[in-house]
Design a protein. Sequence first.
Length: 252
Amino acid sequence: MSLTMTLTGTGGAQLVPVFGCDCAACRRARLQEGHRRRPCSAAVKFNNAVTLLDAGIPHLMDDWPAGSFQQFLLTHYHMDHVQGLFPLRWGVGATIPVYGPPDESGCDDLFRHPGILDFSHTVEPFVMFELQGLRVTPLPLNHSRLTFGYLLESAHSRVAWLSDTAGLPDKTVKFLLNNPPQAMVIDCSHEPRPETPRNHGDLTTVIALNEVIGCPQVILTHISHQFDVWLMDNPLPAGYEAAYDGMILAME
Ligand SMILES: [Zn+2]
Ligand SMILES: [Zn+2]
Ligand SMILES: [Zn+2]
């Protein structure tokens, strides 16, 4: 049974290109579709079931018509991770389960007016659950509101999704040491900074973290236009790659 993860978005809330910005990365993204970055998200396919990991893409409903996916799995309730749910909730037909952290406020009026979305599937840190046979373990992250990353496991593969976060809590690092992922997709919004930024990762922090975790394939996501400019002139160390929209991770 193969596990496939398609990165449907690899940008932050600001996206690339940034409105009004004339930097080299934003200019390039306007000219070449392949360099655009939509809100950070993925589609995970396992056992012929599709899980949409975060829902920040505004035109989500056009890409994923009714019946093309089984559930949403949310990291947190910031707008750039949930805005696609706002029009979709007013759809008709079967209820769609939404798995995510027990954040009581959610986003705007989503919980008060859920429409066809079922937000009752809250998950707990380090308590594994299954989605059509895919094993999922919520991992606490460091962010400005309650946020979970997820370890996704099949019989032969293990991928960690770690966004949005600035570094990782010790408990999450310990868990990843005990359950080493073959690949991890991690928040690296910023080029190397002297200090870890408050809500998102920078390259220095991510490299220091992976010296402990030792994951062989580190995929950087939630990338800002400034980091894209930095990446134009600076190579990444071996084992690290910058994500791009449409990137596919195919595991066994
Ligand atoms: Zn975000
Ligand atoms: Zn720019
Ligand atoms: Zn966020």
